[in-house]
Design a protein around this ligand. Sequence first.
Ligand SMILES: Nc1ncnc2c1ncn2[C@@H]1O[C@H](COP(=O)(O)OP(=O)(O)OP(=O)(O)O)[C@@H](O)[C@H]1O
Ligand SMILES: [Mg+2]
Length: 365
Amino acid sequence: MAGLKLHGVKKSFGEVPVIRGIDLDIVDGEFCVFVGPSGCGKSTLLRMIAGLEEMSEGLITIGDRDVTWLPPAKRGISMVFQSYALYPHMTVAQNIAFGLKMAKLPKAEIDARTAKAAKLLQLTELLSRRPAQLSGGQRQRVAIGRAIVREPDVFLFDEPLSNLDAALRVQMRIEISKLHNDLKATMVYVTHDQVEAMTMADKIVVLNAGLIEQVGSPLELYHRPNNLFVATFIGSPKMNLIEAHVEKVIDGTAHVRLPGGSTVQIPTRGKAVETGPVTLGVRPEHLLVGKAGAANSFNGKVLLSEHLGGETMLYVSAPDIEQCVIKADGLAPQRAGDDVTIELVPGTCHLFDTEGRAIINGSLI
Ligand SMILES: Nc1ncnc2c1ncn2[C@@H]1O[C@H](COP(=O)(O)OP(=O)(O)OP(=O)(O)O)[C@@H](O)[C@H]1O
Ligand SMILES: [Mg+2]
């Protein structure tokens, strides 16, 4: 087992820079997730770690080994792809053992490792089947088994669950997390599914256009986003953004005027807040349906209410606020057309400057 370090990693395809300078430290045993929009460079970065893509600049170390110029087979990594890439004419056991056979390990050793991986992945009953006789989830487990038997220092996963249906994704997500707990291996996992990122990661790396926007634990990114990109990328429904104005800052309180004219008083907690335009960010679960005339509130009209059972999404419009989403109680009585007062809790509000950088994050963590 070993950690993984990237130093000044860059990649251009021809003239086009795709990875524009990545420094990252993934510690031994960590589950690190790369997230970001399509085309931001997640797979390219992972393929460079694997040695499948040549870097334009930079250095990669695994443990204390500089692997920058090593071929994939010498890096101590195993990679699991979205397309399982199993050999159709081989059985499950042969697929799992293939890499070990190529490496000319003794048969007894190959059999022992295959049996151990099959047991871990609940494939023991299926070892003599061929891929065509397996479900999608079972095929992906075989692909993971093939990675496990090589006993790599680092596991790399590129969207391994994308081809599975919703229920199976949830199940496999839990299985991969359990596997990580059992193996205590360093894992780097690419996804654009932010629920996967939030639930599986020790550390999330948010990528955007070939650069890191922020690195942190799931809850750090959720509650303390550095900028609007991270604030709106993590969380579903998205954080509500309201164009507002800091009118004055007195005794550690910013008086923030909302478009409709009402004011929210937000503690600055030692941050330098200047008067002028800001974007106020607040997550759907932190907006409350309040009483008319409540402090730190604005009035709006319900456009749509979605009853999901355990919770209700209320889509509300207000003067000069196109739409905001409120995550309310499952039995919330509000219906489309109702007038509502929406209350903000100052300690849950984020303020971003005109460049999109966070000035204040909520005080929840
Ligand atoms: N071999 C290549 N030649 C030229 N451009 C490439 C090549 N491979 C990738 N790219 C470009 O590099 C950028 C990053 O691609 P990459 O596959 O890393 O994105 P990604 O973040 O994995 O996206 P997705 O979520 O869609 O898988 C994209 O703009 C892509 O078009
Ligand atoms: Mg990709």
